[in-house]
Design a protein around this ligand. Structure first.
Ligand code: NOJ
Length: 556
């Protein structure tokens, strides 16, 4: 693979807790992942991204890191990480690891030292400690709230407060402190030297806070998302973050083979996000505007246009994504009525998604995404068509956002359930025992890999075929030209309930020699004369037309 491999790569997110358990303790692990890399190779992906596997109290499923240079015994040891990297490379797969620089765990050595040291000490200066407000400092330094709910400040016994934008056990680091910057450069080197091909940077938009920690009284949705609220928040997307990434990029560029940085930055508009992927900064930034766009032709066309254009302007490719470990799986999200606003969890008491509709749309959405130029991220299980576990009893749920939000947010556990490999095995083949750290619903059997391999029309086979065709037609490195009814060779919806004659419910584009068409409307749509169907997310109708909620790739 060339140095710019990432520009059109399909990258598969492995959530180590829930991918494969080699020892039967109910928790996925690194040897489990290594053993199943051949399956991923078979799927046709180019790289894996692993969510955190570092030592951690696991208060936020490992995004609370206590030691950045080791492996949590839950998942194995450093030798297992080396083996995983070596085996992936043998198979021609790249490996991206997660880097969590905004905060450490409160169990990290630095935070222990900070608590043991006095106010004003160099140990405290690695974090954001402040005096409280009010006569005896009993009020938090400002009104900022945690992304998981409640105040973003916690008081320590000597009366000072520390900032935590996430859980109370995730104190924010002070990136104004040179020692913090040096430490993370050393951590990057540690993993680069072990051979990793890149880093997914957690909360990349949060490292630098506005200097005065200015008040911010606007409501911030628990767990965030991209809804616009008030003026630019003083804790997110400060201009100062960019110089950090320039320094990291310089370091990465000294290593051979194309090592990359991908930003997890919930930033809008698209032009602000594109600043993270300027030529001397990161390589990729997840396009969450696309993930959040409603299932409508006009909304998706606008989002695709705006993001491609913003990235073009800085010479970057676009990075598409529909699911990850923080949002309701797209096979369920797209089965909810419009405007449901449930991005971060669905519980048994909530209106339940329409499973069949959700899967139908998810397959259409994925085929659309995989035909867009740039890179695409898949989240483990989506290649099986897995839905969210929406009926998980609350006592099993572990997401800290649930408790901290006073149970107003269901939490993200429903998309993190261990995935099914074998329909008739204990824990559906997740591991050798029936243990599973989150309960797997009985419906997992029908989604198991062994029920789908070699089965025409299964979601697994659809993903495999799409990944192969995407490569064959070089869709990832192509460019798109919108096709509108009236363009030669393309016909408008052919009547029926809900059909407009303006094609408003159709999204169609050409990428090289492939026509990609999604029909969002009720009426079936005809393909242009002479088009040869390559792939469809569901069968065409008896007249060869594209039914509702179906995407087609056709060569023309
Ligand atoms: C984003 C991660 O994806 C999420 O899982 C985590 O809770 C927060 N960042 C805090 O690290």
């Amino acid at each position: 693979m060339h140095n710019r491999w990432w520009r059109d790569a399909v990258i598969y997110q492995v959530y180590p807790r829930s991918f494969a358990d080699s020892d039967g303790d109910g928790m996925g692990d690194l040897p489990g992942i290594t053993g199943r890399l051949p399956r991923l190779k078979d799927l046709g992906i180019d790289a894996v991204w692993l969510s955190p596997f570092y030592p951690s109290p696991q208060n936020d499923a490992g995004y609370d890191v206590a030691d950045y240079r080791a492996v949590d015994p839950l998942f194995g040891d450093l030798g297992d990480a080396d083996k995983l990297i070596a085996e992936a490379h043998n198979l021609g797969l790249k490996v991206i690891v997660d880097l969590v620089p905004n905060h450490t765990s409160s169990a990290h050595e630095w935070f222990r030292q900070a608590l043991a040291a006095a106010p004003g000490s160099p140990e405290r200066d690695r974090y954001i400690f402040r005096e409280g407000r009010g006569p005896d400092g009993a009020l938090p330094p400002n009104s900022w709230t945690s992304m998981f709910g409640g105040s973003a400040w916690e008081r320590v016994p000597d009366g000072q407060w520390y900032l935590h934008l996430f859980d109370v056990s995730q104190p924010d680091l002070d990136w104004g402190n040179r020692e913090v910057r040096e430490e993370f450069l050393a951590i990057l080197r540690f993993w680069l030297d072990r051979g990793v091909d890149g880093f997914r940077v957690d909360v990349a938009h949060g490292l630098v806070k506005e200097e005065t920690l200015a008040e911010y009284d606007y409501p911030t949705a628990v767990l965030g998302g991209l809804e616009p609220v008030g003026p630019p928040p003083p804790m997110w997307d400060q201009d100062g973050v960019h110089e950090i990434y320039r320094e990291w990029r310089e370091l990465l560029d000294t290593y051979p083979g194309g090592r990359i940085l991908v930003a997890e930055a919930w930033v809008q508009p698209a032009e602000r996000l594109a600043r993270y992927v300027r030529p001397d900064e990161m390589h990729q930034a997840f396009n969450f505007l696309y993930l959040e766009a409603p299932w409508r032709a006009d909304a998706l066309r606008d989002t695709i246009n705006t993001t491609l254009q913003a990235n073009d302007e800085v010479g970057a490719t676009t990075t598409w994504v529909l699911s990850n470990h923080d949002v309701v799986r797209h096979a369920s999200r797209l089965g909810l009525p419009p405007g449901h606003g449930r991005l971060h969890g669905i519980g048994p008491e909530d209106p339940q998604p329409d499973t069949a509709l959700g899967l139908r749309r998810a397959r259409a959405a994925t085929l659309q995404m995989l035909a867009l130029p740039g890179s695409a991220y898949l989240y483990q299980g989506e290649e099986l068509g897995l839905p969210e576990h929406t009926t998980m009893p609350h006592e099993h749920r572990q997401d800290p956002a649930r408790a901290r939000s006073g149970h107003t947010v269901v939490g993200r556990d429903g998309c993190r359930v261990p995935i099914p490999w074998e329909a008739d095995a204990p824990s559906y083949g997740f591991g050798p025992s029936d243990a599973s750290w989150l309960p797997q619903p009985a419906i997992w059997a029908e989604y198991a890999l062994d029920r789908q391999q070699g089965v025409p029309g299964s979601t697994w086979e659809l993903y495999r075929a799409a990944l192969a065709a995407r490569k064959e037609h070089a869709l990832g490195s192509g460019s798109i030209a919108w096709q509108l009814p009236g363009d030669s060779g393309f016909s408008a919806p052919s009547g029926g309930p809900g059909a407009g004659d303006d094609g408003a419910d159709v999204l169609a584009f050409r990428n090289g020699d492939v026509l990609v068409l999604t029909n969002f409307g009720a009426a079936p749509v005809s393909l242009p004369e002479g088009a040869t169907v390559l792939l469809t997310s569901e069968p065409l109708d008896a007249d060869g037309r594209v039914p509702t909620d179906v995407t087609v790739w056709a060569s023309i």
